[in-house]
Design a protein around this ligand. Sequence first.
Ligand code: PXG
Length: 292
Amino acid sequence: MEQLIYLNGELVERDQAKVSVYDHGLLYGDGVFEGIRAYNGRVFRLEEHLRRLERSARAIMLEIPMSREELVEATVMTCRANDVRDGYIRLVVTRGIGDLGLDPRKCPEATVFIIAANIQLYPEELYESGLRLITCSTRRNSPASLDPGVKSLNYLNNILAKIECTLADVSEGIMLTCNGMVSECTGDNIFVVTEDTLLTPPVEAGILDGITRATVIELARDEGIPVQQHLFPVTEVYTADEVFLTGTAAELVPVIEVDGRIIGGGKPGGMTKRLLSRFREISMSEGTPIQE
Ligand code: PXG
């Protein structure tokens, strides 16, 4: 079956789903996006993702030419057209076609596209073996220049850090704030567990306000697990009982080594497993239905 892509109000075949070389999303990374998951025939936390998309767009003065309801409808329609029940959805809004200057006023209409794909992103054995991380030398963007809370198409900061990870033969890396405190990873938020308490950097540190992060905080509170949100140095990660990352693609993935330090005896910890299992329960049982 040919994959169908939603592009500016129409479903088009993958080969025909093209954007202009004059699109400012391509020329300048001028746009915003969301990565969303579907589980068991439902789109998980769709309203939260769309709220974040709208907030990112507002922050860069980009007008999305669709209402919330239209975005919901376009997302589920794209899933339906591709028979997606469990998959990954990429929703992108760019500034649209302009000229070779920076001025966004030259872009009369935003470009909107949605890709819905049936792919399993992380191999299941990773949840048993855990990840190895490094601390990247590339610092997270300062909120004073480009706020990491804006999920923009400008991901070069994270890509540079990701290249460091690849060169070090690890799959993710910790990015520090400009002041040297832990912020997040290249495509995931980070949690450390010490003496049955969860600790994660606060949104004000300059991180993406992750939807999986928020879900995990909610789950932990429901379970009576204390959650702290404050800045901490990487030493806190080295000495933690458990470390895990959260993200739409990763869900909760355990970390077993950071900069050569073994965490939690080199095995995924009990708190990580318990929260992952609770996360999977709710991701399988709630969300916006894809079928009418
Ligand atoms: N931090 C950053 C910088 C991210 O890009 C997260 C945290 C997790 O947020 P959610 O809302 O998904 O819990 C992200 C997630 C990838 C990939 O390939 C990940 C993201 C975007 C694009 C690709 O892993 N975003």
